[in-house]
Design a protein around this ligand. Structure first.
Ligand code: SAM
Length: 272
C-alpha cells in the first residue's frame, strides 16, 4: 500500500541518526529508573520520506522511535498536515500495531492541553519521564510558550533550530518591527535590543538566534545547554549551515548521553 510520502534532503539522514541514537540511549538507560517513558514528536511528519532525487525511502522520527530496542511505554505524535497525519496513522498501525500510540491532529502550539492529557500522571510510585523531539520546518512553526508549558512535566527536548535555512537567510524580514516570529520562537520580546549589540560585535544572526534560545531554555531550568554543544547540520558541500540540533535536559547525566551520541552518530559532525 502506498501512503503519502514527502520528499526530504539527504541531510535529513544525519538528523535521523542523532534522534535514533539519543532515543535508544534514553530508553535503554532509563528503563529501570522510570516506570513510564514517553516519546513525544511535536512535528511528526508522515512516518516515512523519500530522499530527494533518489528512490531511497527512509523512516521518519516516529517510526525510528518506535523501532528502537526497549521502546518507550507510550508515544504521542502531533502533526498539522492532514495528508501527513493520515499516512502516519496508517504506517504506525500497520508496522507497530501493539504499541501504545496517540495521535494529535493540529497545530502543536494550540494542542498543548491535548498533548499533556496523553502524558500519564507522575506519582512517587509511578515515575514518568518524557523525551520530546521538536522538528519544525521554520521559525513560525514553533512558539517557545509550547515548550515552557510542556516543561512542567519531567521532559528532555531535542530541538531543531532553523539557524541557517531560515533565521540567517531571512534576517531582513525578521528584524522588521512588525515581525513577531523570532519573539515567539525564542520567547523574548526585547531581543531586538540584544541583536543591535550582537550585530555591532559582528555576530551572525543564526548564532545570535540559537544563543537567545538557549538562554530562554536556561530561564526555565534547562541550564546545561549552550550553542556550542548543539550539532551543526550542513549541506553536503559544507559551505552552508542549514540548522542546529540542540539538546535540553535539567539533568547532567542526560547531557553525558548527548555527548556520547554526538561522538558515535557521525564522526565528522562539525561543532562551532
Ligand atoms: C521537518 S518536518 C518533520 C518531519 C519528522 N519529524 C520526520 O522526522 O520525518 C515538519 C513537520 O511539521 C509539520 N508542521 C508544521 N508546522 C506544524 C505545527 N505548527 N504543528 C504541528 N505540525 C506542524 C509539517 O507538516 C511537517 O510534517
Amino acid at each position: 500500500m502506498q501512503y503519502h510520502l514527502p520528499e526530504i534532503g539527504a541531510w535529513g539522514e544525519e538528523k535521523y541518526s542523532l534522534v535514533r541514537n539519543y532515543a535508544q540511549i534514553f530508553a535503554t538507560s532509563m528503563k529501570d529508573k522510570w516506570q513510564c517513558r514517553v516519546y513525544i514528536d511535536l512535528f511528526s511528519g508522515a512516518g516515512r520520506s523519500r530522499i530527494k532525487d533518489t528512490n531511497k525511502i527512509v523512516d521518519g522520527s516516529p517510526l525510528i522511535a518506535l523501532g528502537i530496542e526497549n521502546p518507550f511505554n507510550r508515544y504521542i505524535f502531533c502533526e498539522q498536515n492532514p495528508d501527513n497525519i493520515d499516512a502516519l496513522i496508517k504506517r504506525v498501525k500497520t508496522h507497530y500495531p501493539g504499541m501504545d500510540t496517540h495521535f494529535v491532529h493540529g497545530d502543536a502550539n494550540d494542542a498543548v492541553d491535548e498533548i499533556l492529557s496523553h502524558i500519564p500522571r507522575f506519582s512517587p510510585t509511578f515515575k514518568v519521564l518524557a523525551f520530546c523531539f521538536v522538528d519544525p520546518f521554520k521559525i513560525d512553526n514553533l512558539k517557545f510558550e509550547t515548550l515552557r508549558r510542556l516543561s512542567a512535566r519531567y521532559m528532555d527536548f531535542l530541538v531543531l533550530i532553523p539557524t541557517g535555512m531560515d533565521a540567517q537567510r531571512n534576517v531582513s524580514y525578521y528584524v522588521r518591527p512588525d515581525s513577531k516570529n523570532v519573539e515567539e520562537f525564542i520567547g523574548k520580546a526585547t531581543w531586538r535590543n540584544d541583536w543591535q549589540e550582537a550585530e555591532a560585535r559582528g555576530e551572525k544572526f543564526g548564532l545570535f538566534f540559537i544563543k537567545q534560545f538557549c538562554t530562554s531554555m536556561d530561564n526555565i531550568g534547562y541550564k546545561y545547554s549552550t550553542a556550542d554543544k548543539s550539532v551543526d547540520i550542513r549541506l553536503p558541500d559544507k559551505n552552508f549551515s542549514l540548522y542546529r540540533l540542540a539538546f535540553f535536559s535539567k539533568h547532567q547525566l542526560a547531557h553525558k548521553f548527548w555527548d556520547d551520541v554526538k561522538k558515535y552518530s557521525k564522526p565528522q559532525l562539525d561543532l562551532f
